[in-house]
Structures are given as structure tokens and as C-alpha cells.
Design a protein. Structure first.
Lengths: 118, 240, 393
């Protein structure tokens, strides 16, 4: 954790198998004795597990950005709406089997509201 | 104008009048400056909104290509997915946070950093090059996502800053400045009132000295000399 | 070693005696051959706009019974169901098989067992608190051990003692145990089963090396077994296995460009041992391969081998990736196994071709999901297609 000052912070990923594989392939994954910065959410994964990982990632000092699949974000929508910290930033991304739905994106909703039906 | 609109406990003195006149001037200047800041933030904010929306839409378009690249890799080497998941050790993508400054508001900016590893490659016996392509696609996706993350934090920060600034502008425009002008007016009114009272008092004194038994010569002379002087005198010069 | 020389009377391939032992299975297999998706099936699947349509189309084929009751269809579910079908068919064949066909079928499974053991080793070595249940789900169903074996592989302690136990009590008892034993023997002259020694080997050795060594030993063993069987089985399997070994050698060379393995000092010591010690290229071709440092040099080496020159040309022209070209070649070779009768190679081909069909299906489904159907032709190789490029002359 000390060297994160020099080498930068991590990107966390919570997503389905393909999303996580893709980003791990790109090199975002980190595994230490304390745990990992990613979670593969499968059909049988419970929302409580997702929430736990989300909280864990948001409390880590060395995480700057958290990527989360939109359909998984929907599982913990209430808690996500309550999340107000600036860093780590939570980014909702589309997944393979769930194309992007702009109406469900917390930030985009706000954006569209402010831009007013443009 | 009711008394609650002005600042309580201010005595109507010449000094206070000066002070408050200066304060109103200061507040007006501040108002103009804040208004300018709010406008600057607003302009940046609107640009940001468009940027965010465009980035999100572009992302929605680029993701399928990346996923298809991944599917290609899976087609050529089914095992690599498990290898990727289980061989993770150190992140080769890191993010640095710095700051950008817009009209005095500090916005966090993320900057990604790829550490090129010369280490082992996935799919050595099969599909290595396609896996490499999929990797590139996801890395370019990360570039976009990191940018989007910067935009999004800027959005939240700017939103907050804009709210605060607007609140200040409004407070100045609708509360602080009106109250101060009211105070200045009140002081002016009070001073006028006091002046009129004093004038009346003097008049009364003169009248009494005319009606009463003739005073000593010196006294009458003094009063006579004093009166014309008072008539000609300028309001401002009279000091009580 | 599982492979042992057979008595002449036990060898399959005799016109007069083949059907006594293997006739029924041969009939089953020829029946299953009809279950491959046809060109028309692929065409109608390619016209689908979504996966629900794909499901409808698949219900018209042999896959119907497997996808029929699937509620939510996705590429991974298609794969899962198609594999389930393959495994059921394989088990049917296996249940009816006598020696030596049963041994031949077991050999096909060893391939997947190696995959599974490697997967479990990689997973457990890198993260000790891995979820065993989900790990078992990721293993290939054809390479299944008994569940107790899986559990004990996963349950071993992450300590020298645990490794010793893993090796001595679990791996050694699996059908692929002998390959591990040989590998460990070759790695060090001292054949110690000393606990810390095994752990060091498993921990420090790049898993790629362990895997390619196991695979190499397996292929050699399989080849030897097939040659012991004689007849058409030997002829065809030799071709198929050698072609596979060549593909591996060429791929390792090509994929090592840009990595440490291409370092001139490491080419001989690190890269060359990964090449299989068999194949049409072996030994003089692999010797030359071990020296090349870029695509130009690789092309120069392959120029003298007609088949590989063609494949590499496709790669260099950018028509196809080299892997796609090799898949196509593999399909072509495997289809050849069906031209003759009274041999076992068709069983191997059946599994390999079915694997290809599953890959095709999954890939097409992926393209449909991502709404990029125009990319579908990038990859898949239809099996027994009348339109295959190698049939058009």
C-alpha cells in the first residue's frame, strides 16, 4: 500500500465473467494476500456478496476507480445511490449480454436532467 | 421598509454610514465577481455534460467490439480465460490522480499508466496473437474509462461547486446587498431626521430668545450673528 | 504407462474380426456422425437476429433436446449444453466399448484431464482460498475425475507437506499420474519425492512448461498406443497427432515473438524444450524453428513444408489468423478419418470435430449478441461442409 504513492492506484472491477476477464487481460487485476481488486459475478452470486465487495473496494485507499457492470449495479442500486465519495469513482459500464441502458445510469440521468431534453 | 430588512444594532452615525456605503460597494463588486465565476463554471459544466454523454455513448459503442475480440480469443483458446483469472498477480495498469483548476475549483484528473510487462504471454500454444489483440482492445477501453472517470468526478465536484457559488450569488443578490442598502438608507433617514430635529430645536431656541425678556447685549449680538451663519451653512459642515 | 503392446489378435482393423468387438459402437458412431450441423443449419442460424431465434433453430437439430428447456439462453449456456450433449454421447460410446477401444477412448479423455489438473493447480497455487465448488464447475466435463479426487486436489494444504500429499496420494493415482512422474523424473536426476522438492517444482516452474511437458508426454504415449493398435488407426492417428504437434511448435514460435522466450539466449534453453518431440517437423524442422527470431525467418523455415507454407501464407496475407488456418487443417484431417472403416481414429475425430462445432456455435452466438453478424465469417469452420475450401478445387 505504501508504494501506491509511486506506482499509482488500482482500478477495481465488479462484473460478469467476460467483463472481468477482459479487464484482467488488459492488466488491471491485482492479487495480494489481502485479497483481490475484482469480483466475478455469476448467476448464483448473491447481491450481498456484490455489496460486500463494493464496500470493500470503496474503503480501500489504493483504489481510484471502480468499474461495475450496469446490470450488476442494479442489484445494489439503493446503496449505490447513497454513495457520495468522490474517490474511488464508480463507473457503470455495459456488459456483453446487457447492452447499455442510459435511463438507468445514475450519472447520465442527472446529466440529461441538467441538459434538459436536449 | 420594515426594520427586519436592515441589519439590527447599527447606530445611525456618520461613521457607520461611511462604513456601510463601503460595504455595499464591496458586496456589489463581490457579487459581480461571483457571478462571473458561476458563469465560468456553468460554461465548463455544460461542456462537461456534453462530454460525459458523448463519452458514455462512445463507450457503449466500443464495448461490443472489445467483447467480440474477447470472444475471438475464446474461440481460439478456451482455456485462456481461466488462466487469466487465476494467474493474476500484480496490476500492470495503474491510475494517478492529479488536479485541474477551473475558476478556483480543483477538479480531480486521473491519468492511467500501463506498465509494459515482458513476461509470459497468454495462449502461447494457441491463439496468442488474437488474445494480444483482445488485450489491446480492452486497454484502449481503459483509456476511455479513465477519461470518463475524470469527467465524472469533475461533474460531481463542479456540480457541488456550482451549487455553492450560486447559493452565494443569490445570497448576495437577494439578502446581503438589499439589507445593506436598507441599512444605508436607514442611516441616511435617521441622520436626516436628527438634522431636522436639531434645526427645529435651534429654531425653538432662537424663538424663545426673541420672545423672552431682552437679554444682555452681548447675548443678543451672539444670537444674531449665529443665526445668519446657520442659515448659510451647509448641512454637511454642521457637526454636533 | 497405460499404453502397452497388444497381441496381434487383439489389434483392431481386421476386416473379418472388427465387428465382433466393435461393430455395435461403430454403428453408434456412424449414427452420431449424422448429428453434425449441416451447411443449411449454419445458414439458418446465421440469419437469426437474437438468441431466442437461434434456440428455435437448434431445436430442429440434434441439439433440440438439450436447448429445449433452457429459459435464458446465452453463448455460455449454448456451450454448456452442447458440451453436455457431447459428454453424454461419449459416455454412451465408452460404456459400450471393449478393450482396446475402451483404452483408446480413455486416451481421448486424458487430454482434458491434463487441462483440468493444470487449471486446478494454477488456481490453487495462486490463491489458496479458492472456491472449490466453482472451480470444479470450470473444469472440462470430459476430463472429469471422480469427485473425491477433485476435492482432495483442492483440499490439499498450501505447505510442503500438502504438496507431497497432493502428488503422492492424489495425482499419482489418476490416469495421468505417470506423466507427472515422468515429468518430475526428467526435471531432476534425483528422483526424490521429497516434499519441498515437488513444491518448488510446482511453484517456481512456469506452468506453461509443466503443461507443455505433460501434453508432450501424453501425445507421445497416445501415439505409441495407436501405433501398437496398427492398421488404419495407426496411420490416421499418426497423421492427426503429428499435425497437432507441428501446430503447437509453430504456434509457440510465432507467439513467443515479443516475449522473453524469443531472447536469443533463451531460445535454445527455454523455448525449444516446449516443442513437442514428434511431428512432421521433428527433429530437423523444430531445430530450425528454435533458431528463428521473427516472422520472416519463420516463413523461410516453413517454406520447405508445403502444408505449413500454405497455412503461414494465409497468416501473412492476413486472410486468416494462423490459429484459424490450423483449425481448418485439423477439421480437414479429422474428416478424413471417416473415409475408411474398421478403425478407431473416427472416435478421436468425433470428439475433435464436435469441439469445433461447439466453438462454431458459441462464436456465432457471440456475434449475434454483439450485433456484429458480419464478423461471423471471421472464424468458424463448418464440419463436413460441402462448401469447405479444401473441397472446392
Amino acid at each position: 500500500m505504501a508504494d501506491s504513492q509511486f506506482s499509482g492506484k488500482l482500478i477495481g472491477v465488479i462484473g460478469d465473467e467476460d467483463t472481468v476477464t477482459g479487464f484482467l487481460l488488459a492488466g488491471v487485476g491485482e492479487r495480494t494476500s489481502a485479497g483481490t481488486n475484482f469480483l466475478v459475478v455469476k448467476k448464483e452470486t448473491r447481491p450481498a456478496e456484490v455489496l460486500q465487495k463494493f464496500k470493500e473496494l470503496t474503503e480501500r485507499e489504493d483504489v481510484a476507480i471502480i468499474l461495475i457492470n450496469q446490470h450488476i449495479a442494479n442489484l445494489i442500486r439503493q446503496e449505490l445511490a447513497k454513495y457520495t465519495k468522490l474517490v474511488p469513482t464508480v463507473l457503470e459500464i455495459p456488459s456483453k449480454e446487457h447492452p447499455y441502458d442510459p435511463t438507468k445510469d445514475q450519472v447520465l440521468k442527472q446529466v440529461n436532467l441538467l441538459l434538459g431534453g436536449e | 421598509m420594515s426594520s427586519s430588512d436592515r441589519i439590527d444594532g447599527v447606530f445611525a452615525t456618520r461613521m457607520n454610514q461611511q462604513t456601510y456605503k463601503a460595504k455595499v460597494k464591496g458586496a456589489e463588486k463581490g457579487y459581480e465577481l461571483l457571478k462571473k465565476k458561476a458563469d465560468a463554471l456553468k460554461a465548463r459544466f455544460r461542456a462537461l455534460l456534453k462530454e460525459i454523454r458523448d463519452a458514455k455513448m462512445a463507450l457503449a459503442e466500443e464495448m461490443p467490439a472489445a467483447f467480440l475480440g474477447l470472444a475471438s480469443a475464446m474461440y481460439l483458446n478456451e482455456k485462456f480465460r481461466d488462466n487469466v483469472a487465476y494467474e493474476v498477480k500484480d496490476a500492470s495498469v495503474r491510475v494517478f490522480a492529479s488536479e485541474d483548476n477551473v475558476a478556483g475549483v480543483r477538479l480531480p484528473v486521473f491519468q492511467e499508466n500501463f506498465i509494459e510487462s515482458q513476461g509470459d504471454r497468454f495462449g502461447l500454444t494457441q491463439g496468442g496473437q488474437t488474445i494480444e489483440q483482445a488485450k489491446k482492445k480492452f486497454q484502449s477501453l481503459i483509456l476511455k474509462l479513465v477519461k470518463l472517470a475524470s469527467l465524472q468526478t469533475s461533474f460531481v465536484t463542479l456540480d457541488e461547486a456550482l451549487k455553492v457559488t450560486n447559493r452565494r450569488v443569490n445570497a448576495l443578490e437577494f439578502v446581503v446587498i438589499p439589507r445593506m442598502t436598507a441599512t444605508v438608507k436607514y442611516i441616511a433617514k435617521e441622520l436626516d431626521e436628527m438634522e431636522r430635529e436639531e434645526f427645529f430645536r435651534l429654531k425653538k431656541v432662537v424663538a424663545m430668545s426673541d420672545d423672552g425678556p431682552p437679554p444682555e447685549d452681548v447675548d443678543t449680538k451672539e444670537a444674531e450673528t449665529a443665526l445668519p451663519g446657520f442659515d448659510e451653512s451647509n448641512e454637511d459642515d454642521v457637526i454636533f | 504407462m497405460p499404453g502397452k503392446t497388444l497381441l496381434l489378435s487383439q489389434r483392431p482393423g481386421g476386416l473379418a474380426t472388427f465387428n465382433i468387438q466393435d461393430g455395435f459402437n461403430e454403428a453408434l458412431l456412424r449414427g452420431l456422425q449424422l448429428g453434425f450441423l449441416s451447411d443449411a443449419d449454419y445458414r439458418s442460424i446465421l440469419q437469426c437476429e437474437n438468441l431466442a431465434d437461434v434456440k428455435l433453430n437448434l431445436q430442429e437439430t440434434d441439439y433440440g433436446a438439450y436447448v429445449g428447456d433452457v429459459a435464458q439462453i446465452s453463448p455460455s449456456i449454448v456451450r454448456e449444453k452442447a458440451l453436455e450433449k457431447l459428454v453424454n454421447e461419449f459416455n454412451l460410446l465408452r460404456a459400450n466399448a471393449n478393450q482396446p477401444l475402451s483404452q483408446f477412448l480413455e486416451f481421448i479423455r486424458y487430454d482434458y484431464m491434463i487441462d483440468n489438473v493444470m487449471l486446478i493447480l494454477k488456481a490453487t497455487l495462486n490463491n489458496p482460498n479458492v472456491d472449490v465448488a466453482s472451480l470444479i464447475k470450470q473444469t472440462h466435463p470430459l476430463g472429469q475425475f471422480e469427485e473425491s479426487v477433485f476435492n482432495s486436489i483442492c483440499a490439499f494444504e498450501n505447505s510442503p507437506k500438502g504438496y507431497a500429499e497432493l502428488y503422492q496420494s492424489v495425482l499419482i493415482d489418476t490416469p495421468i499420474g505417470p506423466y507427472f512422474a515422468r515429468f518430475l523424473q526428467e526435471e531432476s536426476a534425483k528422483v526424490s519425492q521429497d516434499a519441498s522438492y515437488v513444491q518448488n517444482l510446482l511453484e517456481e516452474l512456469p506452468t506453461t512448461k509443466l503443461e507443455s511437458s505433460l501434453r508432450k508426454l501424453y501425445l507421445e504415449d497416445f501415439l505409441e498406443f495407436c501405433q501398437g493398435l496398427g492398421g488404419d488407426t495407426a496411420t490416421i492417428m499418426t497423421d492427426v497427432i503429428k499435425a497437432r504437434a507441428d501446430a503447437t511448435a509453430i504456434n509457440i514460435t510465432l507467439n513467443s515473438f515479443g516475449t522473453m522466450l524469443n531472447d536469443p539466449n533463451l531460445r535454445e534453453s527455454e523455448r525449444k524444450p516446449l516443442y513437442p518431440s514428434m511431428g512432421f517437423l521433428y527433429p530437423e524442422g523444430t531445430d530450425k524453428l528454435s533458431q528463428v527470431g521473427d516472422e520472416m525467418e519463420l516463413a523461410a523455415v516453413l517454406r520447405t513444408y508445403q502444408v505449413y507454407r500454405g497455412i503461414f501464407d494465409k497468416h501473412q496475407r492476413g486472410d486468416k489468423t494462423i490459429d484459424d488456418a490450423f483449425y481448418e487443417r485439423e477439421v480437414q484431417l479429422n474428416e478424413m478419418a471417416w473415409e475408411g472403416q474398421f478403425h478407431y481414429a473416427a472416435y478421436y475425430s468425433y470428439v475433435r470435430l464436435k469441439e469445433q462445432e461447439i466453438r462454431n456455435l458459441v462464436w456465432i452466438c457471440e456475434c449475434i449478441v454483439q450485433r456484429q453478424k458480419d464478423r461471423a465469417s471471421d472464424h468458424f469452420v463448418p464440419v463436413f461442409s460441402r462448401e469447405a475450401s479444401y473441397r472446392k478445387r
